[in-house]
Design a protein around this ligand. Structure first.
Ligand code: HEC
Length: 269
C-alpha cells in the first residue's frame, strides 16, 4: 500500500516534469519559427468610396490601357462588351475610340456558307474575346495554372481593389526559410504566398500620355480602378438613383407630416 503510494507520487512527478517540458516547448515554438510571411491587403484611398464617390475618368482610362497592354494576353474580360467602354459612368471613351478598340480585336464568327468559322474585326457590340480557346489551353501554357477571367475579380476577392493593388505591387524576395516551388513567385498577398503569375508590371512598362508618372504603383492603382469599374459598370447610376430616392423620401415624409397635422387639427383642438 505504502510502496504503491510512493511509486504513484514518483510517477506523477515524472508526468508533471514532462508536462512542464511540453509547455515550455510550445511556448518556445513560435519564437523558433519565422514570422508568418503572408500579409493582408493594404487599404488605399479610392475615388469611388462613400455614397457620393465616383470613378476618376482619367484613372479608369489609363487602367484600361494597362489591362490592354499588360494583362489581356493572359486574362479575359468575358462579361464586358466594347460598347460598355463608351457608356456613362466608366472610361467614357468616344464612339470613334470604342470602334477603333473593337476593330483592333479579332472575333470568331460563323459558320459561313461552307460551315466554317471565320475571324473578323470586332464591332462595338462584341464582347472582349478570351485569350485562350478553353481552360485546358490556358493551363497548358501557364504551367498548369489558370489565369482567371477578370470581369468580376474586383468583387470576387476579399479586399477588392485593395487586394488587386497589393497583389500587383507585392512581389518580393521570399524570406530565407520559405520553400518556393519551381516556377512560382513569392507574393505575400496571394493565398499560400506563391503565385504562378510572373510580375506583370514594373516602372516604365506602359506609356502614359497624360503626364501621370509611369510607376509600378500608378499602373497597379489604375488597373485596379478599371477592374473595379468592370465589376460594377452601373455603380455611378446606382449611387445617383439612391440619392434621388433619399431626396424623394425626405420630401414625402414632410408632406405626410403636414397632412397628418391638417387631418388631426380638429381632434387635437
Ligand atoms: C503571362 C500571363 C499573365 C499576365 C500577362 C498576367 N497574368 Fe494575372 N495570372 C496569370 C496566371 C497564370 C494566374 C494564376 C496564378 C495562380 O493561380 O497561381 C494569374 C492570376 C491573376 C489574378 C488572380 C489572383 C487570385 O486571387 O486568384 C489576378 C487578380 C491577376 N492575375 C491580375 C492580373 C493583372 C491585373 C494583370 C495585368 C497587369 C495580369 N494579371 C497579367 C497569368 C498572367
Amino acid at each position: 500500500m505504502l510502496k504503491g503510494l510512493i511509486t504513484f507520487r514518483r510517477r506523477s512527478r515524472l508526468l508533471l516534469g514532462a508536462l512542464a517540458l511540453a509547455v515550455a516547448g510550445l511556448a518556445g515554438a513560435p519564437a523558433a519559427q519565422a514570422a508568418d510571411p503572408l500579409a493582408y491587403p493594404e487599404s488605399q484611398s479610392w475615388s469611388w468610396t462613400g455614397p457620393f464617390g465616383l470613378f476618376d475618368r482619367g484613372q479608369v482610362q489609363r487602367g484600361f490601357k494597362v489591362y490592354r497592354e499588360a494583362c489581356q494576353a493572359c486574362h479575359g474580360l468575358d462579361l464586358l462588351a466594347f460598347r460598355n467602354l463608351g457608356q456613362p459612368g466608366g472610361p467614357e471613351f468616344s464612339e470613334d475610340e470604342v470602334r477603333a478598340i473593337a476593330a483592333d480585336h479579332q472575333i470568331e464568327d460563323g459558320p459561313d456558307r461552307q460551315g466554317d468559322m471565320f475571324m473578323r474585326p470586332g464591332s462595338a457590340a462584341d464582347r472582349f474575346p478570351s485569350p485562350y480557346p478553353n481552360e485546358e489551353a490556358a493551363r497548358a501554357v501557364n504551367m498548369g495554372s489558370y489565369p482567371p477571367d477578370l470581369s468580376v475579380i474586383a468583387k470576387a476577392r476579399h479586399g477588392g481593389a485593395d487586394y488587386l493593388y497589393s497583389l500587383l505591387t507585392g512581389y518580393r524576395d521570399p524570406p530565407p526559410d520559405f520553400v518556393l516551388q519551381d516556377g512560382l513567385h513569392f507574393n505575400p498577398y496571394f493565398p499560400g504566398g506563391q503565385i504562378a503569375m510572373a510580375p506583370p508590371l514594373g516602372d516604365g512598362f506602359i506609356e502614359y500620355t497624360d503626364g501621370t508618372p509611369e510607376t509600378l504603383e500608378n499602373y497597379a492603382r489604375d488597373v485596379s480602378a478599371f477592374l473595379m469599374w468592370a465589376a460594377e459598370p452601373k455603380m455611378e447610376e446606382r449611387k445617383r438613383l439612391g440619392f434621388q430616392v433619399m431626396i424623394f423620401l425626405f420630401a414625402f415624409a414632410g408632406l405626410l407630416y403636414l397632412s397628418k397635422r391638417k387631418l388631426w387639427r380638429d381632434v387635437e383642438h
